[in-house]
Design a protein around this ligand. Sequence first.
Ligand SMILES: [Fe+2]
Ligand SMILES: [Fe+2]
Length: 262
Amino acid sequence: MFSFEIEDVWEKIERIQESCEAAFKLKAPHLAPEEPARDIDLLHPKFHPPKKGFSTPEGQARMLHDLASIELQAMELGVRTLVEYPDAPEGFKEELVAVTVSEAEHLRMCLEGIHSLGFKWGDWPVHSALWRAVSQQDSLLDRILIVHRYLEGSGLDAGDTLIRRLEGSSGKATIQHIVKQINFEEIGHVDFGSRWYREICRSMKIDPNADFPERMDSLRARLPKRIEPINHVLRGKAGFTDEEIQYYEKLRLDFLTPRSEN
Ligand SMILES: [Fe+2]
Ligand SMILES: [Fe+2]
C-alpha cells in the first residue's frame, strides 16, 4: 500500500520510507487515486472556516495545520511521481525519495507544533489542491515543472512572507523555528526540480530556456493561482534563471489583473 492510499496521517509518516522503496522498484506505472486517502475532512478551500490572526495560539495552530496539509500533499506527490514514472532516471528517483522523506519530516514537525499549541490534526478541514494540480497525462517534465518548480517554488515566496509575519507577532519561538527550517529545506527541493528539469531537457535535446515559457504557457490554465510577491533571492538559490523569474513576475501580474470580459 502506498502512502496516498493509507488514511491515518501518522501511519503515512511511519511508512513513508517503505512506501518510497516499493514505488522505486515498480516496473510498470501504478494508477494513483483521484483523491488521496484522508482521516479528516477534505474540503474545497472556499468552504474552509475563516482564519484567526497569528497573535492567538489558534491562529498559529491553524497556520501550521494549513502547512501540514501542504507538506502531506508534497509527500504524497513524491510517491505519486515515483509510481507514475517508473522509467524516470535512477538518479532522479533516488533524490526524489530523499525529498519525499524530508516532506514527511516537515509534516511531523507541523503536527507536533499543532499539538504543542493545544490543538490537533483534524481541528480544521484540509484541501487537495496540490494533488489536483497534476494529471496522469503529464509528461515527467510537466510534473517536475508543476510540483517542484511552480508549486514548491511559490511555496518559497509564501514561506518567506510567513516567517516575517511570525517575527512581527507574539508567536512561540518554536513555531517560528519550524517554519524557518521548513523554508530553508524547501530551497533544496526546488533546486532538485530545477536541476533535473534541465538535465532531462538536455537528455531529450530540448533547450530548457525555450521550453520553460512554452511549457508554463501550456500548463498555467490548470495551476492554482499564486500571487505572493516573488522572492528573487530564494528563487535564485533554488536554481531559477533571471528569465524564469521574470516569467513568474509576469504570470503573477496576470493573476492579479482580472481579465476584461469583452
Ligand atoms: Fe516540505
Ligand atoms: Fe518540498
